[in-house]
Design a protein around this ligand. Structure first.
Ligand SMILES: Cc1ncc(COP(=O)(O)O)c(C=O)c1O
Length: 472
């Protein structure tokens, strides 16, 4: 539903999630200077506007089944004020105009900057045909885990194709990108080894490290001198065990990238192996879609690359590529998600393969250029309005810094009411006072879409700031 901003009491109604056709947004000139703000939200408690989920994460007590009641109340209170941005569903394909509905029935219909289909391949006719063909040829499900008959000819073609594109000898598929990062580290690392990760490394990488060893340390984000300090400290007491250094191609919460050449050089000095998770940049950015590894010319030097299909390959799944036959075999045999989780379905394989073909073609280059132009235009537009887009690289994810959590939560509600689907990144996913919008651009977005998103965001943020300045 659309919320009537003049009402101070919000009625929550649950709508049935059904397919609907999205209407066209008004053109960006029509966005007013300020959006009306519901007083009830501006005056809401700190719990609604400021408290983050960490507050409830470590609740203790014997009553395992009910002890999370305060967390549930907090979540419901936030939903009641229209500032609970999680667990929404799309009721349309992931096109640039779409409809998303929250669990509370609030409906946002309009511009879609809230999904990770960076190259707009999820609606590509060739991708749909490939899905249908894979379904016809092999059925809807894999026979089991890869080790237990779960492969088919598409699996081999896909893992070989990924390895070939990145210039590696061996590829291995995983059920998800999360499983690729987790499973690779968890299986390769023994309890005496060390894992040194960028402080902002993805959850999958951290959990993989924790599952492998207690020797896990974090260096400051993108800071190669901090990495050096950690490596020096480890090698001064342990010259017998392996060190794995883990970073990402592009960190999507911040849209930034490490100096990978220097990072690799530092690792070599201390006999450390380098693994890069390219979930967000591979396929969608860089020369020939090779992401930061291609852009920085370090593909030949990096040891292990893991990635995900969920951003640019129009399906779910993950992969590892390596030059070492023994690494591949070890991860195949001992990686938890390899041995104990079913393999990718034929439809996922067919889609990822067709996406890979497009990504490697002239059309892929065109799509990368389009999404880059959209991201650049949004960045410039927001900068013109005095808003800060974070990051040191241009990629489909555009983090727009708000700072204050309460301003971000209210602004998120306002953008939803005014036809913009996008994601909020708030603490604890990001540091306190660094709340931000996380716009996700797609190749099919137009220059006018970019201008509209700038207008809506700018108006929403200013309206939220004004509302809180009146409350104080
Ligand atoms: C760096 C990184 N690795 C892995 C993943 C997980 O990928 P998937 O959602 O495909 O499991 C993500 C998800 O956003 C990510 O950012």
């Amino acid at each position: 539903m659309r919320v009537d901003a003049s009402k101070t009491t919000i009625l929550i109604e649950v709508t049935i999630h059904m397919a609907v056709s999205p209407s066209m947004l008004p053109s960006h000139e029509e966005v007013p200077a300020r959006f009306p703000v519901d007083d009830a939200v501006a005056h809401a408690s700190d719990s609604v506007l400021q408290t983050d989920s960490n507050r409830f994460a470590r609740i203790r007590g014997t009553d395992l089944l009910n002890r999370d009641a305060p967390m549930l109340r907090w979540q419901q209170e936030r939903a009641g004020h229209g500032v609970w941005p999680y667990f929404r569903s799309f009721c349309t394909p992931l096109t640039t105009r779409a409809v998303a509905v929250g669990e509370d029935g609030r409906r946002t219909e309009g511009l879609n900057f809230g999904c990770q289909d960076y190259l707009s391949l999820s609606t590509h006719p060739r991708v749909h045909d490939a899905a249908a063909k894979a379904l016809r040829d092999y059925g809807p499900i894999a026979a089991g885990a890869l080790g237990l008959n779960g492969g088919n000819p598409l699996s081999t073609e896909l893992s070989d194709g990924l390895a070939d594109m990145l210039g590696f000898e061996h590829g291995l598929l995983f059920p998800t990108g999360w499983a690729a990062g987790y499973g690779t580290i968890q299986s390769l690392i023994g309890k005496y080894d060390h894992v040194v990760l960028d402080k902002l490394a993805h959850n999958s990488l951290r959990h993989g490290a924790d599952a492998g060893t207690r020797n896990v340390t974090y260096f400051e984000h993108l800071d190669n001198s901090s990495l050096r300090t950690h490596l020096q400290a480890i090698r001064s007491i342990d010259t017998k065990n392996a060190i794995l250094v883990v970073t990402e191609g592009i960190f999507s919460m911040d849209s930034d990238a490490a100096d990978l050449r220097e990072l690799i050089r530092t690792c070599r000095e201390f006999d450390a192996v380098v693994m890069v998770d390219v979930a967000h940049d591979f396929g969608a950015t860089g020369p020939d879609g090779l992401g930061q590894l291609g852009a920085q010319g370090v593909l030949d030097e990096v040891d292990l690359v893991v990635g995900a299909f969920s951003k640019s390959f129009a399906t779910t799944g993950g992969f590892l590529v390596t030059r070492s036959a023994t690494v591949r075999e070890h991860v195949r045999l001992y990686g938890g998600p390899q041995t104990f989780s079913s393999a990718l379905t034929p439809v996922q394989l067919g889609v990822a393969l067709e996406a890979l073909r497009i990504i490697r073609s002239a059309e892929g280059a065109q799509r990368r250029a389009s999404v880059r132009q959209v991201a650049e235009r949004i960045r410039l537009g927001l900068a013109d309005r005095g808003l800060h887009c974070m990051g040191n690289v241009v990629c489909p994810v555009i983090p727009v810094l708000i700072g204050s959590t309460r301003t971000a939560r209210l602004a998120w509600r306002l953008v939803g009411e005014h036809g913009l689907i996008t994601n909020l990144a708030e603490p604890p996913a990001v540091a306190s006072n660094l709340a931000r919008f996380r716009l996700q651009a797609m190749a099919d977005h137009t220059a006018e879409d970019a201008d509209s998103v700038v207008d809506i965001l700018d108006t929403a943020i200013r309206s939220a700031e004004d509302a809180f300045s009146r409350v104080q």
